[in-house]
Design a protein around this ligand. Sequence first.
Ligand code: ATP
Ligand code: MG
Length: 451
Amino acid sequence: MPKKLIERLRSFLPGNAKKKPVPFTRQVIPRDQHTVSRSNISEPGKKVLNRLNNAGFEAYLVGGGVRDILLGGRPKDFDIATDATPEQVHELFRNSRLIGRRFRIVHVLFGREVIEVTTFRGSAGNSDDEEEDDRKTSEHGLLLRDNVYGNMAEDALRRDFTVNALYYCIRDFSVIDFAGGIEDLHNRQLRLIGDPETRYREDPVRMLRAVRFAAKLDFEIEPATEAPIPELAPLLTHIPPARLFEEVLKLFSAGYGEASFELLTRYGLLESLFPETARALAAGEPDTLIRQALRNTDSRIRQGKSVTPYFLYAAMLWPALQLEWRTRQDEGEPIQPALHQAIAMVIGRQVQATAIPKRFSGPMKEIWEMQMRLPRRHGKRALVTLEHPRFRAAYDFLLVRESAGEIEPGLGQWWTDFQATDDNGREKMLSQVESAGPKKRRKRRKPANKT
Ligand code: ATP
Ligand code: MG
C-alpha cells in the first residue's frame, strides 16, 4: 500500500477517533429550500457554468460564492468546480489562461472580473504510483502539489471548511452539501473538514483562512478546529513569504481588519506573520495605533474607499519601529540616523516573514520618515512637505497617531487647515508658526544644555 494512503488511513484511527467524523452523506437541498438564485450570480459566472454544462461537463458554483449568497451577502468573486480538466476548460474559453503549479487552475477573464475554474480534486485513495508526481507532500505533511483529479464528492472533502464545500447546480438550481456545511452555516461555525491537525499541516495557511472567515462572517471557530492553532502556528514559517504577503492583505483589507488582528493575536499567529511587531508588543509597546489604523481602514472599505498595502504595513510595523528607534537612541545614536537604521532593520526582518514588494516598502518608509518632517513647518518647509508625493498618506498616518493618543492633538488639525486654506491663509499660518516656533525651541534646549 502506498505510504501516503497508510498515513491518510491512520488519521481516521484511534487517537483521532474522538474527533467528530466527517459526514460523508450527500445532501441535496432543492431550490425552494434555499436562497441561492441565478440572479445572485454575475453574468460571467453564469456564462462559464452554462458553457461548461452545454459542452457536456459538470460545473458548479462553489466556495465563497455559494456561502456568501446563503448568508445574504454579496460574493467577492465566483469560483467554479468542474469535471473538465484545466486543458479542456482552456479550450472552451479563448479568454482564459492556465495558472498555478501547486494547484493547476484556469482563470477565465471577463474585463476586470476573473472566474476561477478548478477541476475536481481527488481523494488520497486515488493516488497510485502513476499519480505520485501529481500530489506531493513534504516531510512536515505540507501539501506541495495537488493535481490529482476526482469526482465532486472527493473534491468536497479536499476543501477547507464545511461552509466552503457547498455546490450550486445551475441546471436544477439545487445546493449540494457533502460535509454538513448547511448545518454549520446555520450555527455560524467554521469547521475544518477531516482531522484538523492533518489539514493544517497540509496547508498552514488554512489557519489564517480560519481567522479571516471567522472575522468576516462573524462565525465561531468550532473547538476541534480551533484547538491545534496555537501549537501549529509556527508552521507558517514554511510558507513562501510572497504567499503570506497576499494573505496579510486579504486579512486586513476586506473590512474586518480589527477583528482579524484580534484573532491573530489570540491564536498566536501574529508571531509568524509579524514577528517584530509581536516582540515589540510583548515588550510593552502599545497596540493602539495598529487598532486605530485598522478601525479606520475598516470604515474606509465600508465606504467604498481604497486602502493601500503600504499604509497597512506602516501601521502594522509601527510598534516594532518605535522600539528599535528608541533602543538605538538610548544607546546614543542621534535621532535621524537611528530612525534610518531602525527602518532598515525592521523591514529587513519583516521580509523574511512576509514579503513586501519594493513598490510598497518605498512608500512605507516615506510615511515613517515624514512623521519627523510634519512637525517642522518653518520657512518654506511646510510648503515643500505639502508637495511631497507621500504627503497625503503621511498626513493620514499622523491623524491615526493622534487619535491613538500617541501624540498631543493639534498638529493634525494644523495640517488639515493648511491644506484647506488659500495662499493668504497659508502665509498667515506660517507666520504664526514662525512667531511661536523659536520660543518653544529655546525652551526645549535649555535643560539639555545644562546636563
Ligand atoms: P473569498 O473569495 O470570499 O475570500 P472563498 O471561500 O471563495 O472566500 P477562495 O480563496 O476564493 O475562498 O477559494 C475558493 C474555495 O476554494 C474555498 O471556498 C475552498 O473551498 C477552496 N480553498 C481555497 N483555499 C483552500 C485551501 N488552502 N485549502 C483547501 N481548500 C481551499
Ligand atoms: Mg472566492
